[in-house]
Design a protein around this ligand. Structure first.
Ligand code: BDR
Ligand code: CA
Length: 317
């Protein structure tokens, strides 16, 4: 079993990742931590609590940062996830409440209590991880790995020609996370844009999973409608669930490594720039940074199968 904290801004594809983490027998989910991103942090926290209740699991939720570290807060992308984050399904409010600790405090406490054991999976902007590093920089040597859906190394961005949404939402926090001496794995658009989840898949999930399948399929429809309106695909990309899949089975992915800087201003703001190929560039931006990994290849069939198996297993009966 792998101990996991999942940092999230739910979010339709976040819900896919969260349900997979709830279900997967390889994952012991210690908690969900929330951030602004797809929606406000208030809505993200409500949504995380809703998913916990819907699935009937006992997983604490810790509320996190409401704004970027330095940059102004941008409008939330309601055209991608709906104003409620779940495709405007406007579900009833959950009964549960977040715990008293902040997301960053929860991360620091859990990492110190479980040295060497926790995989931090981050599928939203990275302010909570940056805040945890500020509270206790020693967590870098105690976290097993930081696996994040965010960034793009060689493919196109999705919120600018070079930037991915989670990184652009808080580039200063992202740069702090990349510079820290802990093992980061970027599961970014280089791989998530290679994996499409289609309507037939969600219809099967709705049929076989009477607990959360109907919700997941309806919310996914909103996400699919958005993607099919802007890209030539019949479905949606498997962004956030890809980071969970990496923790469960990293052999689904092929990686490269190099030092990473995040552009924090100018036309390239939000770009994740990896110094790769071992070229001795004269610029010193990457000097003294640790080598981090980035996923560049993915076995799409195995990733889709992992998600479908997880969403249709007996766990949901
Ligand atoms: C990322 O941005 C958000 O809209 C998604 O939830 C995902 O985490 C994809 O760029
Ligand atoms: Ca997300």
């Amino acid at each position: 079993m792998k101990k996991v904290i999942l940092d999230t801004d739910p979010g339709i594809d976040d819900a896919m990742a969260i349900f997979t983490a709830f279900e997967h027998p390889e994952i012991e989910l210690l908690g969900l931590t929330t951030t602004f991103g797809n929606v406000s942090v208030e809505q993200a926290t409500t949504n995380a609590l809703t998913l916990v209740e819907m699935a009937g699991v006992d997983v604490p939720v810790a509320r996190g940062v409401a704004t970027p570290w330095f940059k102004d807060l941008s409008d939330f992308p309601d055209f991608v996830h709906g104003t409620d984050g779940f495709g405007n399904l406007n579900l009833a409010a959950p009964k549960g409440k977040p715990i008293d600790q902040s997301a960053a405090q929860f991360i620091v406490e859990q990492v110190n209590a479980n040295p060497g054991e926790i995989s931090l999976i981050a599928i939203g902007p990275l302010g909570n991880l940056a805040a945890a590093l500020q509270i206790d920089p020693s967590i870098t040597s105690k976290v097993k790995e930081v696996v994040l859906m965010g960034g793009v190394i060689a493919a196109d961005g999705n919120v600018s020609p070079v930037a991915e949404a989670n990184i652009l939402s808080d580039p200063h926090a992202a740069d702090k996370v990349m510079a820290a001496s802990w093992p980061v794995v970027i599961v970014g658009l280089d791989v998530t844009h290679q994996v499409v989840l289609n309507n037939a898949l969600f219809a099967n999930i709705a049929k076989k999973n009477s607990k959360v399948g109907g919700f997941m399929s309806k919310a996914a429809q909103f996400y699919i409608d958005f993607y099919s309106s802007i890209r030539d695909i019949d479905g949606c990309y498997a962004h956030d669930v890809s980071a969970v899949a990496y923790v469960v089975d990293s052999s689904i992915f092929g990686t490269i490594e190099g030092e990473v800087c995040v552009a924090t201003e100018g036309v390239a703001i939000g770009q994740t720039i990896m110094s790769r190929f071992g070229i001795p560039y004269p610029l010193t931006f990457w000097a003294d940074r640790p080598k981090q990994k980035a996923c560049m290849e993915v076995d799409s069939d195995r990733l889709v199968a992992l998600f479908e198996t997880s969403m249709t297993s007996d766990f949901w009966k």
